[in-house]
Design a protein around this ligand. Structure first.
Ligand code: VGL
Ligand code: ZN
Length: 216
């Protein structure tokens, strides 16, 4: 596949310290994708990096729910919430983008999960909204306004923020490719569930070796 600088965008999902093996919400082998995902940025003109960016006491933190433990699920009025260790608290080192991510190549840095009472796995929509609809972040309209028709999604974690972002990108009408070798999941043992959801959403799963770069 040939990367088209006009129509294609790269989405770098949550390449933050807290999702790396030493981090608060460690994604196994997450460190392996940082450099190759970051290296792709130069091949695109539109590059969006997302940053999980939670206030202290965020609804997704097990510590916000007495008696609950990380990696459990909790039924809330707005739907099921997975509970996590405190992670990506805004302004902390764990929430910073990995220094290998080339700041000068980023067209947009989108912070998400910024409201205390709602989580946001996807770059496109929050997880839940008051009327049962999921409020948009505006990213879909922003991409379309720039003439983008296709997005390539990579980063962390494959089964949460990458999956939800890819599903929502496809729902926005964008041709969506998940760059499989540039993602890692929190729960590798649940890969089938993720792959089935991606297929249902019409997301193409590709490999970085399939990408042909064009000159700037
Ligand atoms: C993520 C769990 C909680 C992710 C973010 O980036 O996939 N997962 N917050
Ligand atoms: Zn989070």
């Amino acid at each position: 596949m040939r990367i088209d600088r006009g129509f294609d965008a790269l989405l770098l999902v949550d390449l933050q310290h807290d999702f790396l093996p030493e981090g608060a919400l460690a994604v196994p082998r997450g460190d392996e994708v940082v450099a190759p995902a970051a290296a792709l940025a130069g091949a695109f003109t539109t590059v969006v990096a997302t940053q999980d960016w939670h206030p202290p006491g965020h609804v997704s933190f097990a510590s916000s729910h007495p008696g609950r433990r990380p990696y459990e699920s909790l039924a809330l009025a707005q739907g099921t919430q997975e509970l996590w260790p405190d992670h990506c608290v805004r302004g902390t080192r764990g929430a910073a983008l990995h220094p290998a991510v080339p700041d000068e190549a980023l067209t947009l840095v989108l912070r998400k999960g910024t409201r205390r009472d709602v989580d946001s796995y996807s770059a496109f929509r929050e997880n839940a909204g008051p009327d049962g609809r999921r409020p948009t972040t505006g990213l879909g309209a922003w991409l379309v306004a720039r003439g983008i028709r296709r997005v390539f999604v990579c980063g962390l974690a494959r089964d949460f923020c990458v999956r939800w972002s890819a599903e929502d990108a496809a729902a926005e009408g964008l041709e969506t490719c998940l760059v499989d070798d540039l993602t890692r999941p929190v729960f590798p043992e649940r890969q089938r569930e993720t792959d089935e959801a991606l297929a249902r959403a019409g997301v193409r799963v590709i490999r970085s070796a399939d990408l042909e770069r064009t000159a700037a």
